[in-house]
Structures are given as structure tokens and as C-alpha cells.
Design a protein around this ligand. Sequence first.
Ligand SMILES: [Zn+2]
Length: 288
Amino acid sequence: MASTLTAMLLGAHMSTAGGLHTAFERGDALDCTAIQIFTSSPRQWRGRELSDDDVERFRSAWSDSGCEVCVAHDIYLTRLGTRDKTILKKSRQAFANELETCQRLGLQFLVMHPVGDNDPDEQAVLDRVAASLNEIFDRIEGDTTRVLLETTAGQGANVGYRFEQLARIVEGVEDVSRLGICLDTCHVFAAGYDISTAAGCKKTLAEFDAILGLENLRVLHLNDSIKPLGSRVDRHAHIGEGEIGETGFKTIMRDRRFSSVAKVIETPKDDVMDKRNLTRLRQLASNR
Ligand SMILES: [Zn+2]
């Protein structure tokens, strides 16, 4: 049945235990058409060494699966906007390696959080992130993988919790054809954008469009929020069970402008919950 539902790009962040290629079996088991992975352990600086065989196995598993889009999420340690020269150098090296890995694997997107070091001058942090990206793009050529700046909750040293901040990074990047945006519903809500009502959702998306351009939105992270509006605390809840609630997700799922935008859940991994969350989103997308 060729409905908008089957054409929808929807899936979950998947474990790669047993090898990167195993993510696709897990995705297929949940009828995912889009998945997200870590290409290496997110709490370690050292990326995964991939042989040509590993890459081949990954590409072949991908082509056999029902998954169209595969997104990588950057490791948690990267701070492309820090003043600390040692950490900045390490971050740039790790991110360049990550981008290179993503291009070898043929991934469409690499999502990253803009992070600094609690420098009170946030504009300077944003400009350092842009400078880092320019340096990395100079070093790693190729246009297979687009780097996506993720909207953050503004927790800790995270910047990019206002759309204007992400726009500032985009302005500082020389080759914007290699850049895009990932909107995380939990993060924007925690940052103070009220997407829990249809009106609030529309207003937020209009603001996004005016400041960043909806055409630059490439991936949606669909997560409900445990913490309240404007809390600046990033805690993901199951779809419809947090402070955002079903109305917000229904509004987003039914917005035709997002039909070709990959939607990925990063909700807590309790046994059957991925299946339940994805089913819930499919139901919210349909008019029944
Ligand atoms: Zn996210």
C-alpha cells in the first residue's frame, strides 16, 4: 500500500552491538525507514577503526534493509566551541575522523551538539564552533555526509538553544552546502519553545523558518520531555508521556512539510518501548 505512512521516514536510534551493520536488522524488526547510530562509543575519544570489509558489510546490510536514511550522532565529548586549546584540538581531530568515517559508510547526516565551555561570551563560543567546522571541512573533503547542528536544551556548556544561535554558526561557515539543522523536540521544549499545543508548535516552526529556514531542517529527533518548559534540562520521555504530550507530536507528524524529513526517536530503551513509541507516532500521523 503506497500511502504517506509507508513513505514516511521514521525510525529510532539503534544499538550497534555486534558490529555497525547489525543496526539495520534491528531497524527492520521495527519497520524503520530511518535509523540513527553512533559509529563509535560516545564516551570515548578514540573512534572505531573500520576495515574495508567492515564498510562493505555495512553497505550491503543497508542495501538489503528497508531503511532509507542512516544518521550518525557525534560522540558526547566533542567541544568545537571551547577555549581550551588541548580539548579544541582533540575535538576537531575526533570530529574530522567521525566525518570521514560517515563518508566512507555513505551516511547522509552527522548530527552534532554545539558545545563550548561555559564561556559567558556565547557569541564567541558560536564563532569558535563555526571556525572549527571551517577547519574540518577544509581537511575532510566530500559531500556525501551533511553535518547537522542540533538544537540543544542549553544544559551545561551546550549552546544552540536559541534558533538565533544556530543561525550565527551557519553565518560563520563558509560552505553551507555541507550544513543543515536537526531539531530535537525535547531540547527545544526544555529550551523554552512551547510545542505542547498546536498553536505553540506552529509559532515555533514559523520562528524556525524565519531564522533558519525550514528547508535546512533535515532530521527531527522526536522525544518527549520529562522536564518542564524552559527548564534547560535534557531528559527524554516516551512519546506522549512527558510534558510535551500527544498534541505537539500530532501537529508535527501531520505537517506535510516534514514528509521527507527523517524522524528518529531517542527515547529510553526499555524492551518494547521503541515499538510502542513508533506505533504511537504512526497513529498520530494518520487521521484515524
Ligand atoms: Zn537529539
